[in-house]
Write a protein that binds this ligand. Structure first.
Ligand SMILES: [Zn+2]
Length: 490
């Protein structure tokens, strides 16, 4: 705390000196009108029909990548992965149950008694395309259990009713079961739960975390409980787990899809070696051509606001920030892929970052920017979670922007790429007028958000986005220069 105040006071003094020195040599930033024109041009290009909704692995990805690399080059950035390499390549995988019923099979054994589950079994397993589960002990939860202990389910198959699945889901991660055996009470519950498992979900190829999931028909659920019978007893270590003295074997056959995609990264080396980096990021991907019912005339998810606007603000802000050359720190410009599929590009970045994460002094995510008119205050998503708040309020004050608190932080902080960086210790915020105009934001979320009409047909509000562009240009300069921001105080 004291360190924070000291660093803040020092920064304040230094910033006064710095502004006196740097004013004569800095060309002025462009006018708001000029910025709006640039944003409109870029958003129109990136959300045009021929970009196909920018789905990872599609032709639209190729076009988006070329656009980004061309723009990065114009700004004077270097390839961010080094040695001429602009892209951080990674593979996504989606595993779903094989479509033929009965493709996967499972047997449950206690002593000499053994049952085979019916073809209604729905099974998926992370980490492997086709999997075998051998001799996994089946356990249940003590009805008096308050909280699952971390790692209490490692190498076990937890049998539990579908009704308690979502209630307990966050606890399962830490408990680490090898398998979830989901039991259903009737056809309706089985039919409602099956699609949630059948559709699978995209994840990084390198991510094999989480349990295999086996959904049982109501008949098989009854047979399982019949085999377990009266044999259940409380585990002596008091972990809240009931051992059933019952063993699971399974053979899981899956339908597997893969996508090759990439983050696009540029870098402007700083003037001071070893001073670390500042970063700005925005996701380039969107939902492809899957918006609206299959018989709709326009199903193309153009993603003008989400997130062509973020890319436009990012590239324009970097250009303005670097208008008189490099900063003290490196500037890293990261266009992430696969945000819409679960913040996967950001996860790929932190899994294998081109620079050590602790050297990133500040990072600014830009998502869904073109919503509010000129004169709107800004919200800092991530306020109170980094040491950036003081500097942000200083830069905003100098630009005549008001920083207001948001009641949307809890809802939206974990739903954006910045969260993945913040979770891994990178001071990351999302500074935006869009979230400050709650009326305009709500009507976007209820309207064009993730629909075919998130396009430029009805015109876009770019006033707030243009002001946010100039704000981010100065945020990069403030946090990218040692005179204004010597460090995090650590
Ligand atoms: Zn989105």
């Amino acid at each position: 705390m004291i360190r924070g105040i000291t660093a803040g006071a020092a920064a304040l003094l230094l910033s006064a000196c710095a502004s006196v020195q740097s004013v004569p040599s800095s060309p002025p930033p462009p006018s708001l009108d000029a910025v709006e024109t640039a944003l409109a041009r870029d958003i129109t290009t990136l959300s045009a029909d021929d970009f196909g909704g920018r789905f990872p692995g599609s032709e639209g990805e190729g076009k988006t990548r070329r656009w980004l690399i061309e723009r990065y080059s114009e700004i004077g950035l270097q390839p961010g992965m080094g040695e001429g390499d602009w892209t951080q390549d990674f593979t996504l995988v989606r595993r779903a149950p094989a479509s033929e019923p009965g493709a996967s099979s499972a047997t449950i054994t206690r002593g000499t008694r053994s049952i085979s589950l019916s073809p209604g079994l729905v099974a998926v397993q992370p980490g492997e395309d086709d999997g075998h589960l051998a001799d996994v002990p089946i356990v249940g939860l003590d009805p008096d259990l308050k909280e699952l202990q971390p790692r209490s389910l490692v190498n076990r198959a937890l049998a539990l009713p579908a009704s308690s699945l979502f209630k307990l889901f966050p606890q399962f991660e830490a408990a680490g079961p090898k398998v979830l055996l989901i039991m259903t009470v009737d056809e309706e519950e089985y039919r409602k739960t099956a699609p949630l498992i059948s559709r699978g979900r995209w994840r990084l190829d390198s991510d094999s975390s989480g349990p295999a999931i086996l959904l049982l028909t109501p008949q098989d659920s009854e047979r399982l409980m019949d085999v377990v019978g009266q044999n259940a007893f409380r585990h002596p270590d008091g972990l809240g787990v009931i051992a059933y003295d019952t063993i699971l074997q399974a053979s899981i056959v899956q339908q597997v899809d893969r996508i090759e995609t990439a983050n696009v990264i540029g870098r402007m080396p700083g003037k001071v070696p070893g001073a670390g980096a500042v970063m700005v990021l925005a996701h380039w991907d969107h939902l492809g051509d899957a918006c609206g019912p299959t018989d709709a005339k326009d199903r193309l998810c153009n993603g003008a606001v989400d997130n062509a606007s973020g890319l436009a603000v990012m590239t324009e802000a970097v250009k303005i920030a670097l208008r008189d050359g490099p900063l003290d720190r490196d500037v890293i410009v990261l266009a992430t892929s696969s945000e819409e599929l679960g913040l996967l590009g950001a996860k790929a970045f932190v899994a294998d970052p081109p620079v050590p994460l602790p050297t990133i002094a500040a990072a600014f995510n830009l998502d869904t920017m073109a919503i509010a008119p000129r004169g709107t205050p800004v919200v800092v998503l991530g306020a109170g979670k980094t040491q950036l708040d003081y500097g942000i309020s200083e830069v905003a004050r100098v630009q005549g922007r008001e920083v207001v608190p948001s009641d949307m932080q809890d809802a939206f902080l974990p739903r954006q790429d910045g969260w993945i960086l913040l979770r891994d210790g990178v001071p990351t915020v999302l500074v935006s007028s869009a979230l400050a105009d709650t009326g305009a934001f709500e009507s976007f979320m209820q309207g064009p958000y993730h629909h075919a009409n998130d396009d430029t047909a009805a015109g876009l509000e770019l006033g707030g986005a243009a002001q946010d562009t100039l704000l981010h240009a100065d945020l990069l300069r403030y946090f990218g220069n040692l005179t204004t921001y010597p460090g995090s105080g650590e």
